[in-house]
Design a protein around this ligand. Structure first.
Ligand code: IMP
Length: 423
């Protein structure tokens, strides 16, 4: 399968975790390259449900090496909890199957607090972040004042750097009217987490290059989605990392000319958590999906906003990621819909747009231009072969893939591994 970058082609929550899990079968190494524990991958193994936030879901498969790359921001306390949770479920995690980059940046309590404080101050312009401190941590990284994993595990340097950073951030918190953070507690908690994580910490770039030299198959798993990308998303309603295909290179240290394929994952409809424009948002489909008990966030439990499939957006995603192949998930979510709508263009200020505008205020005023497709009105969740899907369903899926501009290779009709079809 060679080196594959997997990205979300919409606003995150496209069902990447499940596709990653399926593709992991063909890879030796799985690398997470961006984001932090704002992400949540839900994976089902038989009756067991696993929600992973930082550790690649490949950890559930014996013999796979999982890496947390340099592009990730890592909350050590959260990661230790994840390790404990996996252990409780009987999943063995050792330095042989989990490696953590020395240069990933560390999330601290002040980052989380500042994340929350900034949101409150933005009032109606709030982003709707996961409050995991992601933005402030990437902010410190860009400002060159962040602490990295290599600092966290250094017994002498860490207490000193922590003190410096804490003092500065406490001044900011006090000025904002928030509670300052207590040094001793953070030092104790983070030192304990560092002791637990130290054996896993390594130079992941060197390991990845050794692997590429012996032609090992590597899967670069994306987090969030294209329109949450700091550069290519609906700024400022985005996350703070590079969620598009380029982020896989910078977030791992594997160069573009070692990448072979980009797989884009998208739902058969559209969802978004948090604030920001969503041109095809629609109450009818939101009510339908929520009524089915679907579309609640894996990380925060928030109800996701839902809408019809937006081909203008996915076409753009295909462009900026260079998507070669598509996986379409959650097809079964549309099983009861009589007439399915697909957004093929936008209309704004009397003009028709075939691309997504960069100005968020304009995007928020865009009206979708819809094309209609007949629904299949029959359950698809038990279908196991592409040929056995209703003709109307196959027509719909092939049409939205064509509009997106990439080849459909995977279709998913439910959360289980068995509910996956390869074309
Ligand atoms: P942050 O990443 O917590 O700063 O949140 C910024 C925006 O990205 C908010 O709209 C979040 O809801 C969204 N976001 C972050 N992580 C995810 C995810 O894994 N899935 C979907 N949306 C996400």
């Amino acid at each position: 399968m060679a080196n594959v970058i997997l990205v979300g082609a919409q606003w995150g929550d496209e069902g990447k975790g499940k596709i990653i899990d399926v593709l992991t079968e063909q890879s030796e190494i799985v690398v997470r390259t961006a984001g932090g524990n704002n992400a949540g991958h839900t994976v089902y193994l038989g009756k067991d449900k696993y929600v992973l936030h930082l550790i690649p879901s490949g950890i559930l498969r014996p013999g796979k090496v999982c890496m947390i790359g340099n592009g990730v921001v890592l909350d050590p306390i959260g990661l230790v909890k994840e390790l404990d949770g996996l252990e409780k479920l009987g999943v063995k995690v050792t330095p042989a199957n989990l490696q953590i980059s020395e240069t990933a940046h560390v999330v601290f309590p002040w980052h989380r607090e500042l994340d929350g404080q900034r949101e409150v101050r933005k009032r109606s312009n709030k982003i709707g972040t996961t409050k995991r401190g992601i933005g402030p941590t990437y902010g410190d990284k860009a400002a060159r004042v962040g602490l990295r994993v290599i600092d966290l595990i250094h017994p002498v340097r860490f207490p000193q750097r922590l003190k410096e950073r804490l003092e500065e951030n406490n001044e900011v918190l006090r000025a904002l009217g928030a509670q300052p953070i207590e040094y001793d507690k953070v030092l104790a908690d983070y030192t304990a987490a560092a002791d637990r994580l130290r054996p896993f910490v390594t130079n992941t770039v060197v390991h990845l290059h050794e692997a590429t030299r012996r032609s090992a198959n590597i899967l670069f798993e994306g987090a969030q989605g294209t329109f949450l990308d700091i550069d290519h998303g609906t700024y400022p309603y985005v996350t703070s990392s590079s969620t598009t295909a380029g982020g896989a290179c910078t977030g791992s240290g594997v160069p573009p000319n070692r990448m072979d394929r980009v797989v884009g994952v998208m739902k058969a409809y559209t969802t978004r958590v948090g604030e920001g424009p969503l041109p095809t948002e629609n109450a009818e489909i939101s009510d339908l999906l929520h009524g089915m008990g679907r579309e609640f966030g894996a990380t925060t439990g928030r109800a996701r906003r839902c809408g019809w499939f937006d081909a203008v957006a996915t076409r753009h995603a295909s462009m900026v990621n260079g998507i070669d192949e598509l996986a379409i998930t959650n097809v079964d979510g549309l099983d009861t819909v009589k007439t399915i709508r697909v957004c093929v263009a936008y209309e704004v200020d009397g003009q028709r747009l075939n691309h997504i505008p960069n100005d968020c205020e304009i995007l928020a005023r865009c009206q979708p231009v819809y094309e209609e497709f007949p629904g299949w009105e029959t359950p698809t969740d038990a279908v196991q072969r592409w040929e056995d899907l209703p003709v109307t369903c196959r027509h719909y899926l092939l049409s939205i893939a064509q509009m997106t501009g990439a080849r459909l290779t995977i279709t998913s009709v439910g959360p289980a591994r068995e509910q996956t079809m390869f074309l």
